[in-house]
Design a protein around this ligand. Structure first.
Ligand code: G3H
Ligand code: 13P
Ligand code: ZN
Length: 307
């Protein structure tokens, strides 16, 4: 059943587990997410970036999710706009049936971020839609705080407390050292778990980890075995995800792992069956690989068995 992200994540916050928020741009990956949720009795969040909306259309993406949620009515699911960059973008998603929106104004000043988020909260809550905001800035590999010793981009717990109180936001993404994509750490992985715990204490609401892909060894191997190049890539180890959940994370954003798992199988068919022309014979094993990867992930997150 398609429900508000706030409702879904409040339950995870109360139960001390996390729900995966998995990005999709097409039917096959959406099917894989629902199939994994069904197999593992797990609630899910499916999410689309503005780029996904540009690629497939908000109406198409909504229709895919609505069709799948009708097929699996026992699965609690929220459809989230990932990294909405403006008030207008969030309203557009709400109008298209999204049940959760992220307003990512973290590149603005604190005051501006607060003002935009407040506006989004006002319209979203009127439509029973949950709202996520971000504080601090996600790292890129070049300004990895651990390596460079910079902490200007990390979340500030005082600001988090004030932000949550004044904005009315339902869940918050604090920057604690992760980054998007397959190249997250130059050296050993390191996240700011103490800072996370402090933010959780002060904010008292569900927290979100962006850039949470792990790049599991078997998934990496399946990509590299077909000649794919992931040299230098490093994800968030599974035990870090568990620690982050203990520290208060309830929504774990994952896109890169799905992309790698999916594309590894497409690459395999390209390599091994050069005369294959039926797209279904590329996408069927790719979809199955995403289900297998998500099955492992749902166990790590503690969302398996929570329906
Ligand atoms: O947060 C970023 C997500 O991985 C979505 O990426 O903008 O390429 O769709 P995208
Ligand atoms: P990954 O690139 O680590 O999968 O992160 C995705 C994400 O944070 C989407 O918002
Ligand atoms: Zn993100």
């Amino acid at each position: 059943m398609l429900i508000s992200g706030a409702k879904l994540l409040q339950k995870a916050h109360n139960g001390g587990y996390a729900v995966g928020a998995f990005n999709f741009n097409n039917m096959e990956i959406a099917q894989a997410i629902f199939e994994a949720a069904d197999k593992n009795s797990s609630p899910i969040i499916v999410q689309c970036s503005e780029g996904a909306i540009k690629y497939a259309g908000a109406d198409m993406l909504y229709a895919i999710v609505k069709t799948l949620s009708d097929k699996y009515p026992h699965i609690p699911v929220a459809l989230n706009l990932d990294h909405g960059t403006s008030f207008e973008s969030c309203v557009y998603a709400i109008r298209h049936g999204f049940t959760s929106v992220m307003i990512d104004a973290s590149h603005h000043s604190f005051e501006e971020n607060l003002a935009i988020t407040k506006e989004v909260v006002k319209v979203a809550h009127a439509a029973d839609v949950g709202v996520e905001a971000e504080l601090g800035r996600l790292m890129g590999i070049e300004d990895n705080i651990v390596v460079e010793g910079k902490n200007a981009s990390l979340v500030d717990p005082d600001e988090a407390q004030k932000f949550v109180k004044e904005s009315g936001v339902d869940y918050l993404a604090p920057a604690i050292g992760t980054s998007h994509g397959a190249f997250k750490f130059k050296g050993e992985p390191k996240l700011e778990f103490e800072l996370l715990k402090e933010v959780k204490k002060r904010a008292g609401i569900p927290l979100v980890l962006h850039g949470a892909s792990s790049i599991p060894d078997d998934v990496r191997a399946s990509f590299e075995n077909t000649g794919g190049d992931l040299k230098g890539s490093k994800g968030v180890p599974a035990n870090f995800l568990e620690l982050a959940i203990k520290g208060g994370i309830n929504k774990v954003n994952t896109d890169t792992d799905l992309r790698i798992a999916f594309m590894a199988q497409v690459r395999k068919v390209v390599k091994e069956q050069p005369s294959e022309i039926d797209p279904r014979n590329y996408f069927k094993p790719a979809r199955a690989a995403v289900v297998a990867m998500l099955t492992e992930r749902m166990k790590v997150l503690g969302s398996a068995g929570k329906i």
